[in-house]
Design a protein around this ligand. Structure first.
Ligand code: NAD
Length: 272
């Protein structure tokens, strides 16, 4: 295991949907760098408790707790922040990562599946960002802890720019994150809030199991990835820690694509 370097010591970070896949790796990476971590989850409490336990064991400075809240519900997100602030004192970093897919051709997509994806993937991101900013403004700067008032890192997707047939609800939710994130940056940067996104490519997690569980599926997937390997959750975890730390202080209102080149039109590799 990599030695922690404590870039986030003294800070508290909420990671939503942190008991699985990308969120779990982000939570571990953030904890390894010294922050207190809130491992938010909605199902599988035992996985969340186990991740929080591992982070607390690893972390030389802080601790982790697992708390269950549905990010798509306003009252629950407010309660999640209240519980976090009661426990750790404040929130310095928020990584709204929770997300899901409900795939269907557009003409067969139900209102329910459209709404659920938008509620979790977009409204959940809005609610977490709003509660973060409320807390950042109330608390004020702590220059001994960070050069920024607070940091928000939205978990977006390459599908914020790549259209996705059969997944219009998902692509629409991720496309909207761009404007949400950039508008937050424009509105609060002067107060030293940093708001950015990470846009993962294909990362090996439960959300996309059919795309990697057989050698044939993986071979097909690799055609979309110039770097010729599927991403792993740690690829996102290491980017998130850096983006949360003062090392990236001047980065604001930006999407970092962590995708092995997926957004570089791989279909044109052999002259189109
Ligand atoms: P995952 O299914 O392993 O994790 C998603 C997490 O979100 C789970 O823990 C799930 O329980 C949680 N969640 C769902 N609804 C929730 C709710 N209402 N409240 C709280 N938590 C909720 O999938 P993942 O791949 O780790 O996805 C994490 C994020 O990364 C998602 O936003 C996803 O869109 C994004 N992403 C993933 C990939 C990929 O290839 N895996 C690519 C691009 C973007």
């Amino acid at each position: 295991m990599q030695k922690p370097n404590n870039r986030l010591a003294g800070q508290t970070c909420i990671v939503t949907g942190a008991n699985s896949g990308i969120g779990a790796s982000v939570a571990r990476s953030i904890g390894r760098d010294g922050a207190n971590v809130v491992v938010n989850y909605i199902t599988h409490a035992e996985a969340a408790e186990e991740i929080a336990h591992q982070i607390s064991e690893d972390n030389l400075c802080g601790e982790a707790i697992a708390i269950r809240y549905d990010v798509s519900k306003e009252d629950q997100v407010i309660s999640m922040f209240r519980q976090t602030i009661n426990h750790f004192g404040t929130v310095d970093i928020c990584i709204p990562n929770a997300g899901l897919q409900k795939d269907a051709s557009l003409h067969e997509m139900t209102m329910q599946d459209w709404q659920l994806v938008l509620d979790v993937n977009l409204t959940g991101q809005f609610l977490c960002a709003r509660e973060s900013i409320r807390e950042f403004l109330k608390r004020g700067m702590r220059p001994e802890i960070s050069k920024s008032l607070g940091k928000i890192i939205h978990m977006s997707s390459v599908h914020q720019i790549i259209p996705w047939a059969g997944h219009a609800n998902y692509a629409a939710s991720k496309g909207a994150i761009v404007m949400l994130m950039e508008s937050i940056c424009q509105e609060y940067a002067s107060q030293k809030v940093r708001c950015n996104s990470i846009a993962p490519g294909a990362i090996q997690t439960p959300i996309n199991r059919p795309a990697w569980e057989t050698p044939e599926a993986l071979h097909k997937l690799n055609k979309l990835i110039p770097y010729k390997r599927i991403g792993i959750p740690e690829d996102i975890g290491s980017a998130a820690v850096w983006l949360a730390s003062d090392e990236s202080e001047y980065i604001n209102g930006t999407t970092i694509f962590v995708d092995g080149g997926m957004t570089c039109y791989p279909g044109f590799t052999e002259n189109g």
